[in-house]
Ligand binder design. Structure first.
Ligand SMILES: [Zn+2]
Length: 466
């Protein structure tokens, strides 16, 4: 939406906003839920009980088709195959894939359109961006077909983990939608899409003075599901717990787009009486995993081939942590082949007790957005234990200004004491070694333009950001 339309929308009465939200969902249905969505959704269901061998076979077939497509229609790959004298037809399985170089983000930064299928009309494509802490965001393109496939996996392999059907079940959703003007100082901070039975709540007005009206609305709305970024789920949950308000029941919560920390998961469970299902993926659509009822992150092998590599780009044994390098099998608009995602993780050798045959991704950490980097090149992720045991924090952000210079920006609650600050300092020092750690008390922590909360901000460029 352009800024004039956005302002007009903000000034509209509530019922007009709701009507516009429903109207907009007709357009979104065309972009997401058409025949390709239906077909993909049904095909995914048929593969649910497949054996690892069947998935391997499927991946090999899809890989061959992807490589042929990339060699014929994507200039970058055409050149790559010819310069390296690789016959595209010789790439048939996962092992053959290793003959191709790892695709680094800087190649796409230098030429943002180099991976695009040259036969597509760029004006007809949807465009989005990656969200990195440093470096220029990458431009990501989709057509309606690919977009529908992505939404089908989201529904079949994420929402289905807790039996949710979007547009059938009543749900509350918050993903940085600009549903209310930033200047708005009284409810409603939400808008209702009747067609999808979905209430969109603003993630920009979650201050203590407004939270009471959010909780009140959630209680009256009586939705089955709540999907939002962890920082939003946690802000709502924390308010309920800190003020001893009766829990607002949901069947399940869904968390995406940010790292979900254990302390957030615990608070959400207490405040909403349900589990939170986490999801792992990225805008490049090279990998997709979502948490089942038993807490395992099940990969969708049809979305992408996941390799776990050491620092020399050699595969590590199963179970061992390494760099995630993934090949998308669903992105033919902009094929990402052996793409270094920037996160680390491991594949789990044993299956999950839930009975699903889908492989399990474990120990995803060092998401590029959420790591501190030390002078000796260590990536320190999983920083939630830094805040363990400190009750007086509404939210906090770690800012790394240099290798040995940190600030922790804390939004204190009434229960905050200086001792909390000291504990955070000590706990962070225990992870980063000799460094300067300052505590800054702030009123709020600003969100990114996409509404995301950033747990870690690095104000320095390291070798891997270049
Ligand atoms: Zn499972």
């Amino acid at each position: 939406m352009n800024s004039v339309l956005q302002k007009l929308y903000w000034k509209s009465p509530y019922f007009v906003k709701c009507w516009l939200a429903s109207l907009n969902s007709i357009k979104l249905d065309k972009q997401r839920h058409g025949p390709v969505f239906q077909k993909t959704f049904e095909q995914i269901a048929k593969r649910e009980k497949w054996s690892p061998e069947q998935f391997f076979q499927y991946q090999s077939e899809q890989l061959q088709s992807l490589i042929a497509h990339a060699a014929a229609k994507v200039p970058y790959y055409r050149k790559l195959f010819s310069e390296n004298r690789i016959d595209p037809e010789s790439i048939k399985t996962h092992d053959d894939l290793q003959r191709l170089p790892v695709l680094e983000k800087e190649i796409i930064r230098a030429d943002p359109k180099c991976l695009l299928d040259e036969t597509l009309d760029i004006k007809k494509l949807m465009v989005g961006h990656t969200s990195g802490t440093t470096g220029t965001p990458l431009e990501l393109y989709r057509d309606v077909k690919m977009n529908s496939i992505v939404w089908a996996y989201n529904e079949a392999r994420f929402h289905a983990m807790a039996d949710m059907r979007r547009r059938t079940n009543k749900s509350v959703s918050s993903f940085g939608h600009l549903v209310a003007s930033p200047d708005r100082s009284k409810p409603p901070f939400w808008v209702y899409n009747r067609r999808w039975k979905q209430l969109y709540i603003s993630s920009y007005h979650l201050s203590p003075e407004f939270l009471v009206s959010y909780i009140d609305k959630l209680r009256k709305f009586k939705a089955d599901y709540l999907e939002a970024m962890p920082s939003t789920l946690y802000a709502l949950a924390r308010y309920i717990l800190d003020n001893n308000i009766e829990p607002v029941p949901f069947k399940a919560c869904f968390a995406t787009a940010e790292t979900l920390f254990d302390y957030q998961r615990d608070a959400i469970k207490k405040a909403f009486g349900c589990k939170t299902h986490d999801q792992y993926g990225c805008g490049e659509q090279v990998v997709f995993a979502a948490q089942c009822q038993h807490g395992s992150m099940h990969l969708s092998p049809e979305v992408g081939i996941v390799e776990v590599l050491d620092d020399n780009n050699n595969p590590v044994p199963i179970g061992q942590t390494g760099q995630l390098v993934c090949t998308s099998l669903i992105n033919k608009v902009q094929p990402f082949i052996r793409y270094r995602v920037g996160d680390t993780g491991a594949l789990q050798s044993e299956g999950c007790s839930c009975g699903s045959m889908l492989p399990v991704l474990k120990e995803i950490q060092g998401r590029i957005d959420d790591v501190l980097i030390t002078r000796d090149g260590r990536r320190i992720g999983r920083l939630d234990p830094v805040f363990k045991g400190t009750r007086g924090i509404v939210e906090a952000q770690i800012v790394q200004d240099d290798y040995d210079k940190f600030r922790v920006r804390v939004v204190p609650s009434q229960a905050y004491t200086e001792n909390d600050g000291k504990e955070i300092q000590l706990s962070l020092l225990a992870r980063v070694g000799r460094a300067e750690v300052a505590i800054e008390l702030v009123k709020r922590i600003e969100r990114t333009s996409g509404g995301k909360f950033r747990a870690v901000v690095r104000n320095m460029v390291t070798a891997e950001d270049v």
